[in-house]
Design a protein around this ligand. Structure first.
Ligand code: URA
Length: 231
């Protein structure tokens, strides 16, 4: 194909500048950050938070544990689940809810068409309390800023609190789970505004299977909210 001099010049010129700007007549949004940049910021913030927790000084929980249990699942998810603290299996693997309670949690999620790739999971406390005891008030107070920051970074639209430790830590000590479960509460965590629901902890449901029917009501509420929020 023959090209005259001026058309060659023009082609060279179009190649030199960004030809998308010429052929694409869509307005350029200079304020919208692209998805990659957001994802990179989120990953960096999560890494920083994890390092801060790993650098904690004088923490008995940390000193007795094998691994930090930080989080699992999809950090981009709009649904975040929060449990109490890691157990022995979680401490070994460094991942939340991988023991028997975790297996039940997976089944609960599957019942509403969710799985670990579609949600993000963490705990109030990031290290296993010895003998799987409940974390103390002091321990919860110390770790509260970390889970609050964690929520802010993930920025979910739906937060599911699993059990009374997560509920008391994040909602307050003056409430009981039998009255609070199965209700939506709007709550802010820094810049994150989320719909929070409390349900029974899977370990409790293993001890009290009769309560599974109440947990099923809560799960259906989560499924409906997810549809309503187009998540
Ligand atoms: N129970 C929890 O609350 N969290 C876990 O990660 C495992 C069991």
């Amino acid at each position: 194909m023959f090209k005259n001099k001026s058309s060659v010049k023009l082609i060279n010129y179009y190649n030199l500048i960004n030809h998308n700007l010429i052929y694409n007549n869509k307005a350029i949004n200079r304020y919208k950050k692209d998805k990659f940049e957001l994802a990179e910021n989120k990953a960096k913030s999560l890494e920083q938070l994890k390092k801060t927790i790993e650098n904690l000084k004088n923490c008995d929980l940390k000193n007795h544990a094998n691994n930090i249990v930080f989080g699992d699942g999809n950090p981009k998810s709009r649904i975040m689940l929060i449990g109490e603290a890691p157990g022995a299996n979680e401490d070994q693997e460094g991942l939340p809810f991988v023991g028997r309670a975790g297996m039940l949690l997976d089944k609960m999620l599957a019942a509403i068409n969710l799985d670990r790739k579609k949600v993000y999971i963490s705990n109030i406390i990031n290290y296993r309390p010895p003998e799987n005891r409940r974390p103390t008030e002091g321990e919860i107070k110390r770790y509260l800023p970390f889970i609050s920051k964690h929520i802010e970074i993930i920025n979910p639209k739906i937060i599911v609190l699993l059990g009374s430790t997560a509920m008391n830590a994040l909602i307050g000590n003056d409430v009981v789970i039998s009255k609070m479960r199965g209700k939506w509460i709007e709550k802010r965590f820094g810049n994150c505004k989320a719909c929070v629901i409390i349900t029974f902890h899977p370990a409790f449901l293993m001890r009290q299977p009769a309560q599974k029917k109440m947990a099923w009501i809560d799960l259906k509420m989560i499924r409906d909210k997810k549809t309503k929020l187009k998540i």
